[in-house]
Design a protein around this ligand. Structure first.
Ligand SMILES: *[C@@H]1O[C@H](CO)[C@@H](O)[C@H](O)[C@H]1NC(C)=O
Ligand SMILES: *[C@@H]1O[C@H](CO)[C@@H](O)[C@H](O)[C@H]1NC(C)=O
Ligand SMILES: *[C@@H]1O[C@H](CO)[C@@H](O)[C@H](O)[C@H]1NC(C)=O
Ligand SMILES: *[C@@H]1O[C@H](CO)[C@@H](O)[C@H](O)[C@H]1NC(C)=O
Ligand SMILES: *[C@@H]1O[C@H](CO)[C@@H](O)[C@H](O)[C@H]1NC(C)=O
Ligand SMILES: *[C@@H]1O[C@H](CO)[C@@H](O)[C@H](O)[C@H]1NC(C)=O
Ligand SMILES: *[C@@H]1O[C@H](CO)[C@@H](O)[C@H](O)[C@H]1NC(C)=O
Ligand SMILES: *[C@@H]1O[C@H](CO)[C@@H](O)[C@H](O)[C@H]1NC(C)=O
Length: 575
């Protein structure tokens, strides 16, 4: 992001009367609400130690999806595979034909879509489009249908923007989601920048001022307001339905405020178990951490049902719907706003805080100053996300934030794990196959080089009783030298019988395929995308994700190399 708010313009952000601006539609809708808790509300669920358990709501979602949705979803996908092989004159190995004719057990598939800002949201959407059975091109090449067959879909940072917008829009086809082509969807408004909304500094200041004002209701209700809330209010204009490019400044509209993660459960596709179960990931900073969380810190997850951590230090959850509640008689609702959750998952701005001066001189400095001058909150980190700690007093001795009244949450990728794999490694979820979409910028030219997979492997090794991970190269240098980022790559082909590590199917944004000019390696700081650029990126991502199929380029049929997994057997993917 390239924020051109100079310190001199801070005056334009000005100060305002919280009481007055808190009456605006978005400020009202964004404020948490106090309510009497329903009888028998429990704010803490222990997920157990040696054998962990899922929330009953998640279990029943998954079990309904498994019995009512997945059999036909896998069967459609397998039909697509068969048809694609036939129309491309590819002979499938005998074992594949056997599986196709007699599918018995199916994989328990999770898809993880990485961070990396708008680039990652677009690349992730491009891969999901290639896996979407509703897209005839995707089903025609035999990859379409896997999205429908997945049990889980996790996202973090830019990937959480994609995931959050997808679920609140009731799981539309990906291109409709981005461009708002189907009725009622506003699209991502990606041609409007996230913060630098205009070339006129006064307009930028007016816009940012409005975002600060929209947090006033939350502040007056007694909750901390930090940079994440400001970030949430702009993300909400892009990734929650309700805003068009023409009405960004309309203060009569809520701009996605009030749309909560827990309310997703009311939407038709969720009620019908027709979408993979969504999980959004965030990291945490302890009281002594400065900019980056070490791998040992608990990783938190948000689902429509629960917020908490399966990491063994904590292994506890609270209902997402009641996030922020002081006790089980006085409940808080409306804190789990989707824009806020996406803001938490993508707040990497603690990285700017190498010192207080550096932070104030950074691109977000004027906003930090505006928060300080308008709300004057003491002793809280304004560069990160702050929520009342639901786990205060819990697991003393193992949970590092047990004595903190506020939890400090940051971007889910700040510990180096940019792909949200951790929730899919939780043994209680029994995920045996993971499609890992990686749009990290590891290289100087903004391509992925496997660093996130290396970090996840290192973290899994820190918790050997909780997580199993397939063998992967030890560094991004070996990922690059073995070309593991330039085509879909399979890890864990031979390990499943000895160890319950999942099969990891790694689809990286590692370079343009088929000799094309690369368009998918934009910088993480690019926060404006014209529609034509997104279209090009999605098309190239389709080629990246479907390499290995027979393709016709410039009228010449060319057989690309088939998938690269020496040790891998298709039978493992299918059952
Ligand atoms: C609350 O819990 C108690 C004890 O488990 C039970 O007897 C009672 O029926 C519950 N009340 C409601 C409204 O669920
Ligand atoms: C906002 O609402 C007020 C009062 O209803 C109305 O006068 C005004 O025109 C509205 N503004 C816009 C941009 O629609
Ligand atoms: C719940 O929290 C509220 C607000 O902090 C407090 O006033 C109330 O006494 C608490 N109730 C119980 C039963 O602890
Ligand atoms: C900057 O980071 C320090 C910890 O290193 C923290 O105490 C401080 O609150 C942060 N500043 C802001 C404005 O968030
Ligand atoms: C490996 O990835 C890390 C993290 O993104 C990056 O800092 C480093 O430069 C990368 N090294 C190579 C050789 O790409
Ligand atoms: C994308 O990759 C190409 C090829 O390495 C490079 O020339 C270009 O500078 C990269 N673009 C960005 C924005 O890094
Ligand atoms: C990686 O790709 C490059 C360029 O296509 C090729 O020259 C090299 O031999 C490949 N290396 C491996 C280990 O496949
Ligand atoms: C299906 O995907 C292809 C490849 O990206 C794209 O060109 C096409 O527009 C998509 N179709 C629909 C209906 O989204």
């Amino acid at each position: 992001m390239n924020l051109l708010i100079s310190a001199g313009l801070l005056a334009l952000l000005g100060s305002f009367s919280s009481l007055v601006v808190a009456q605006q539609a978005a400020a009202v809708a964004y404020a948490p609400k106090f309510t009497l808790c329903p009888p028998n509300t429990s704010l803490i669920r222990s997920a157990g130690t040696s054998k962990q358990s899922l929330s009953p709501s998640e279990s029943s979602y998954i079990s309904a999806r498994k019995s009512q949705v997945l059999p036909s979803a896998w069967s459609s996908y397998l039909k697509n595979v068969k048809q694609a092989a036939k129309s491309n004159n590819i002979a499938l190995p005998a074992y594949v034909s056997a599986i196709l004719s007699q599918p018995t057990t199916f994989p328990n598939l999770g898809i993880a879509t990485s961070g990396g800002g708008y680039r990652a949201a677009i690349f992730g959407a491009g891969v999901l489009n290639a896996l979407d059975g509703r897209n005839l091109t995707s089903s025609g090449v035999g990859t379409g249908g896997l999205l429908q067959a997945a049990s889980y879909l996790s996202g973090l940072s830019g990937g959480s923007w994609l995931l959050g917008s997808l679920i609140q829009a009731d799981f539309p086809p990906l291109l409709d989601l981005i461009f708002g082509t189907s009725s009622g969807l506003g699209g991502w408004n990606a041609q409007v920048d996230l913060l630098q909304i205009s070339t006129d500094p006064n307009v930028i200041a007016q816009f940012v001022g409005l975002l600060v004002q929209e947090s006033a209701g939350k502040f007056l209700t007694g909750f901390p307001v930090t940079f994440t809330d400001i970030w949430a209010r702009t993300l909400s204009r892009h990734f929650v339905t309700g805003t068009t490019a023409a009405n960004f400044f309309d203060t009569n509209l809520t701009h996605g405020a009030g749309v909560t993660l827990s309310s997703i459960t009311q939407l038709p596709t969720f009620a019908q178990h027709a979408q993979p179960f969504p999980i959004i990931v965030a990291n945490s900073l302890t009281a002594t951490d400065t900019e980056f969380p070490p791998l040992m810190n608990p990783i938190f997850e948000f689902t429509p049902f629960e917020f908490g951590s399966f990491d063994p230090q904590l292994s506890a959850f609270t209902p997402t719907q009641f996030l922020g509640s002081p006790n089980n008689s006085l409940c808080v609702t409306n804190m789990d706003q989707l824009g806020f959750v996406e803001g938490i998952s993508s707040n990497l701005f603690s990285a700017f805080n190498t010192s207080e001066t550096d932070l104030l001189n950074s691109n977000i400095g004027p906003i930090i100053s505006a928060l300080q001058s308008n709300f004057g909150q003491k002793n809280i980190r304004l560069d990160s996300s702050q929520i009342p700690n639901p786990f205060f007093g819990l697991s003393k001795g193992s949970f590092v934030d047990s004595d903190q009244t506020l939890l400090t949450l940051v971007d889910g990728g700040l510990d180096g794990e940019v792909i949200p794999l951790q929730p899919l490694l939780v043994k209680a979820r029994k995920v045996d196959t993971i499609i890992a979409i990686d749009a990290s910028a590891d290289t100087l030219d903004n391509f992925a080089a496997g660093a996130s997979v290396v970090a996840s492997s290192q973290r899994a090794a820190l918790f050997p009783k909780s997580y199993s991970f397939p063998p992967v190269p030890a560094s991004n240098t070996s990922f690059l030298s073995q070309n593991l980022t330039t085509r879909p790559t399979f890890f864990g082909c031979n390990t499943r019988t000895t160890d319950d590590a999942p099969l990891l199917i790694y689809i990286a944004n590692g370079g343009a395929p088929l000799g094309q000019t690369p368009v998918t390696n934009t910088t993480t700081l690019q926060t404006t995308y014209p529609a034509a650029e997104i279209q090009q990126m999605v098309e190239q991502t389709f080629d990246i994700a479907t390499q290995g199929i027979s393709t016709i380029k410039n009228g010449v049929a060319s057989k690309e190399k088939t998938r690269d997994c020496e040790e891998w057997g298709v039978q493992e993917l299918f059952g």
